[in-house]
Design a protein around this ligand. Sequence first.
Ligand code: PMP
Length: 412
Amino acid sequence: MDSAASTAPPRPWPLRAERPGPAGSGPSLPFAWLDGAARRRAEAGLTRRTVPRPVDDALLDLAGNDYLGLLRHPEVVRAAADAAHAWGAGTGGSRLVTGDTELHGELERELADFYGTEAALVFSSGYAANLAMVTALAAPDEGDAPLVVCDRYNHASLIDATRLAKASGARVTVFDHADPGHAAAALEGARERALLLSDTVFSVDGDLTDVAALAETARGTGVTALLLDDAHGLGVVGPGGRGTLTLAGLRGARDVVVSVTLSKSLGAQGGAVLGPRRVIRHLVETARTFVFDTGLAPASAGAALAALRVLRAEPERADAVRGRAMELSRGLRERGLTVSTPDAAVVSVIAPSRESALAWRSACLEAGVRVGCFRPPSVPDGRSRLRLTARATLDDAAVRRVLDVVSTTRPR
Ligand code: PMP
């Protein structure tokens, strides 16, 4: 999330965790260049800051990713506490050394069952899951590395994963956003092995790519695995929030691997890769963000498992969040704004300029509604926007308030 302020000071300022006054001793010359770099970012209006969230947040929050309202659900919070009491505050090591608890296995079985895959493996974050999924499957085999074909707007974690794959010999090609035809052209060079790599729901605009067409494209080559990031699909798209594979008729597909995060609709923390058993076994043995990373904290595993069970018991939450997103989109469009038509929980509202996007977000905040804001370099010039995320638990009054605040504070 881009959370910059255009009037940021040219020098670094205290973060909340910073100690006041002089800290440490000795020359700081090796870091002197950072002041210049910070000043240049500030001059370009690209400074980022953390956004404090008070415990008793009275704001109406449409900037976070707690799509189903499970982050503070009593059963989810209790499961986190129970897991910490039973297993400790951390796992104490990699899953391969000492950190593998019953809870991890239970969560993996339930996630795989929910998505209809043979197996699943959890990671300490969705970011780590994506690094694992791509690098382990793009690794050279007896000297031969695959072609990796990526949507231009893939998430940063997939981009980083692709960079690592490239460093280990993979050839990488980018195709135009959500254009399966262009992906097919890029795959024409596929020889022995290829990977087609895409987000399902894109995080900035909330648009859903044509996953069935991507699967057909991959299958057309006979050698391509489809790797999908369903971070914004889990719990939101498909019947009962079962995700994009189910929606696209790919449940049980043997040539598709999908990653999810546990930190959005499940309100917890962590990530997972889901797919065929032999893929998951390969990740256990070779994925560096699994082998060399401390296992997912018990509290996070317990919370995610409880959240998944709430979602299974209350599948209407998925319909509710999509419905609320649609109401927000429709309402803002009726009020004359340029708004995306949401496929999932994200609604994006175009701002006239990058400066006005920031001012608009601040005005919403002052009126008690927190929204996200994207501007260059996170999005192309001229495409600065507010990003609103719907939540299953928003009531009618909250939706009306958001519509009023966002439309009345619009830049003129
Ligand atoms: N993929 C996508 C599409 C995301 O939006 C995010 C979170 N911003 C991630 C992966 C990373 O997930 P996590 O926050 O669990 O590391």
